[in-house]
Design a protein around this ligand. Structure first.
Ligand code: SF4
Ligand code: SF4
Length: 432
């Protein structure tokens, strides 16, 4: 099925007004931060500190040396109290965390030497991205250096500032606050990729931001703004590449000469290049009808969701659903003890509403709207029947977990969860 079909791109109520026009609130990390030892689905880390060690903002704590290299740095100064505390991670997995007792001084050590990207070679820039621990800030947490390591000819770098999930406005706030840094980071990515141009994708519903960006881009060579439709899932790489380049690809955007990076990732790279510092702080949207004061917060990596929600006035109802991320692709988490990791860009808190249980109406809307062209009901049936061959035939592994099938379902069934289940089983079968 074609991604150009209208049903597969929905305008959905964004609720962005809840947080978009409010100032960002700085929230202190509190007495303790927990740094998750988690990167690209791996928990296999070499830890360089021990309990009792004093660390500063920027101290290298650990490094993932699995299939991909991802170093982890301290976001506060203080004393390490535990190097393997098991807690729930924002991805719903129990993960070991390094606990740091925050001394509140935020003493800093330069984590690595800054780099003049204009004078650096591609190999030096890729190595720099790796050592700085630059990962995708748009939710995936994929190490950025991998995207730039290949030999494919790249023509266009797309900077994704679309933020198509409802409620989330943290990327807009980041771009507004750090526009020049974002352009510098994008220029460094352009150079690393050997690309001819940079397209910064923003939804048409943000005319002021588009105008500011256009003016700022005029000072840079090969930079332009692409105003894209206010539909979901416009922020998905495949939709974005198709919209901007009018090309489709099978596995990676590099097949059609493109690399896609999130706007906040470009800012993180610029900070690393100019200051020699990793990502220690970020802007996170806390929104939904389940919090008293929806707002964007600036927080240290490792700050707990509870600390943040308490600091902005608390929950607005007794019974709420807390989602790490947005309501479409985020994960519902049973308590607020988990911490902000580098890829978490939002906490969505929704009041729990009671719905009558309704059966599947066989209306086919979930299939009609799936941007990956899947058949969610047949996948759910295959999951229930434990039919792995059928799951493979139905390509359940191609689900991008966009949440549209649940959003569109008139019976309010959690269709996405069924498909996610099928996806996990299919991926496991493919690995064997
Ligand atoms: S969550 Fe998966 S199955 Fe559902 S619409 Fe999105 S891609 Fe399709
Ligand atoms: S959208 Fe809901 S009711 Fe309709 S076929 Fe899919 S699961 Fe069934």
């Amino acid at each position: 099925m074609s991604l150009f079909l209208g049903k597969m791109r929905q305008h959905i109520n964004g609720h962005k007004e809840l947080s978009e026009h409010k100032d960002v609130v700085k929230v202190d990390a509190g007495k303790e931060v927990l740094i998750p030892l988690f990167a690209t689905h791996s928990t296999n880390f070499d830890v360089f500190v021990k309990a009792g060690d004093h660390v500063k903002v920027g101290t290298k704590l650990a490094q993932c040396n699995d299939r991909m290299i991802v170093p982890i740095y301290a976001s506060v100064s203080g004393v390490v109290t535990d190097i393997a505390r098991k807690c729930m991670h924002a991805t719903l997995k129990p993960v070991a965390h390094i606990a740091i007792e925050n001394d509140g001084k935020y003493e800093t050590t330069q984590a690595f030497a800054p780099l003049d990207y204009r004078q650096a070679s591609k190999a030096e820039l890729v190595e720099f991205m790796k050592n700085a621990g630059i990962v995708g800030c748009g939710g995936a947490c994929f190490p950025t250096y991998i995207k730039y390591s290949g030999d494919a000819a790249i023509d266009t770098l797309i900077i994704n500032a679309v933020e198509c999930e409802p409620y989330i406005t943290s990327d807009y706030k980041m771009v507004e606050a750090h526009m020049e840094q974002m352009l510098l980071g994008a220029d460094a990515m352009k150079k690393t990729a050997g690309a001819r141009r940079v397209c910064i994708a923003v939804k048409v519903s943000h005319p002021e931001l588009i105008e500011q960006l256009k003016q700022a881009c005029a000072k840079w060579e090969g930079m332009e703004v692409a105003a894209v439709a206010d539909v979901y899932p416009m922020g998905w790489e495949k939709t974005l590449v198709q919209t901007i380049l009018k090309k489709t690809y099978s596995r990676l955007p590099s097949e059609v000469g493109a690399i896609v990076n999130n706007a906040s990732t470009a800012i993180a790279l610029a900070d690393a290049l100019t200051k020699g510092m990793p990502l220690c702080e970020k802007i996170v949207t806390v929104s939904g009808d389940g919090v008293k004061n929806p707002v964007n917060v600036q927080v240290r990596i490792g700050t707990s969701a509870k600390t943040i929600i308490d600091a902005i006035g608390g929950y607005a109802a007794e019974e709420v659903m807390l989602i790490s991320g947005g309501p479409m692709m985020g994960k519902t988490i049973v308590n607020d003890q988990f911490v902000i990791d580098r890829a978490v860009n939002a906490l969505t808190v929704l009041r729990v509403k009671a719905y009558d249980d309704v059966n599947c109406l066989r209306c086919g809307m979930c299939s009609d709207h799936c941007p990956a062209g899947l058949q969610p009901v047949r996948i759910a049936q295959a999951v229930n029947a434990k039919d792995k061959d059928m799951l493979l035939r139905l390509c359940a592994n191609e689900c991008v977990e966009c949440g549209l099938c649940t959003y569109i379902c008139p019976s309010r069934l959690n269709v996405t969860e069924n498909v996610r289940n099928g996806k996990r089983q299919t991926m496991a079968a493919l690995k064997k």
